[in-house]
Design a protein around this ligand. Structure first.
Ligand SMILES: [Zn+2]
Length: 338
């Protein structure tokens, strides 16, 4: 083999769009209802819908793809583990678009069923103030999530001392890391000014013991800034998640060869892969194949696609992971037997 025969870790995906109880997850029906868009049609086509452009008008018409579908997909793609983003956020008035994927849903429907294939990240609705935020941080810890996410584009500046700093203090105390959306975003009401990586440096400076992950590496906004901050601040890491990669594969920026060479040179141990699945369902296989094929060192590609995320999220070395035989059956918890 050429050293590329290894399982991948996909650090960044979005449960919630599955049909079951979707009406209890605000915002998630946006993927399926309303104006038809290429993303929606491509996911439906990838899920086997023979008429992916036909408007969906009823809940019953929403694709039904629960955790067993996810596991089969991961096995087909050679993905051993996925990180799951719980969400809790709302855009500014008058739009006030709500997006919520409860921690309970992520835990019950995914992690409890396949605990060795997934981990969860808690979403913090920090607009509501520190009291609510701290409850969400404590709940993330209680649920066994390794970290929490700040969805800057809807929630506001991540270096807001009053709203955000108590969250970081508590995360340091509890041993949780914090993830920040850094880069453009196309959900309703998104304001990109909040997602400039420059504000992450304040947090990194003021909380040197807090582990920070930049999601999307400043994608389509200021990737150079994101890499610069990651290179200069010891406690800052980044993923390369790029939901628009169908339009940008191998172009500026996220999966671009020159960009990845900069990452290899400056932050080889602080960067890892993520997909934004299921948005990327239709083309993720191509993306992974291309990433594996790029003229970068095999050592860096292993770090990017597996080893760095294994260390950060799972606390496991490549040797420890190699000793584990991940199969569907091996990790299945028989919940019916309980
Ligand atoms: Zn995402």
């Amino acid at each position: 083999m050429n050293g590329m025969d290894f399982k991948i870790i996909d650090s960044h995906s979005h449960p919630g769009y599955e049909r079951k109880d979707i009406e209890k997850r605000p915002g998630c029906t946006l993927m399926w209802f309303g104006a038809q868009n290429p993303s929606s049609a491509m996911i439906r086509a990838a899920l086997g819908d023979p008429e992916p452009w036909k408007p969906i008008t009823k809940i019953e018409e929403i694709p039904d793809f629960g955790v067993d579908y996810w596991i089969k997909y991961m096995d087909d793609m050679g993905i051993s583990h996925m990180g799951l983003q719980a969400m809790d956020t709302e855009s500014d008035p008058p739009l006030s678009w709500r997006w919520q994927v409860p921690y309970e849903y992520v835990k019950k429907e995914f992690i409890d069923k396949y605990p060795d294939r997934f981990w969860g990240i808690g979403g913090i609705h920090y607009k509501l103030g520190p009291e609510h935020s701290l409850e969400q941080v404590e709940k993330a810890k209680e649920f066994g999530f390794p970290g929490v996410k700040m969805f800057t584009v809807l929630e506001g500046y991540p270096n807001d001392r009053e709203k955000c700093y108590p969250i970081y203090e508590r995360c340091v105390k509890l041993g949780l890391h914090v993830e920040f959306h850094v880069g453009v975003e196309d959900v309703p009401g998104a304001r990109f000014k909040y997602s400039d990586p420059i504000y992450i440096q304040d947090v990194a400076m003021d909380f040197p013991d807090l582990k920070i992950v930049m999601l999307h590496c400043g994608f389509f906004l200021s990737p150079e800034r994101a890499v610069g901050i990651c290179a200069m601040q010891p406690n800052v890491y980044t993923d390369i998640t790029n939901a628009l990669s169908i339009f940008m594969d191998l172009k500026k920026y996220t999966y671009d060869l020159e960009h990845l060479r900069v990452l290899e040179q400056f932050i080889p141990d602080k960067v890892w892969y993520g997909s934004d699945f299921p948005v990327t369902h239709a083309w993720q296989k191509t993306t992974i194949a291309r990433l594996k094929d790029l003229p970068l060192s095999v050592e860096f590609k292993r770090k990017l696609l597996r080893d760095n995320a294994a260390k950060f999220f799972l606390g496991k070395t490549p040797e420890m992971l190699a000793a584990e035989k991940v199969t569907t059956q091996w990790s299945r918890v028989d919940i019916e037997a309980k």
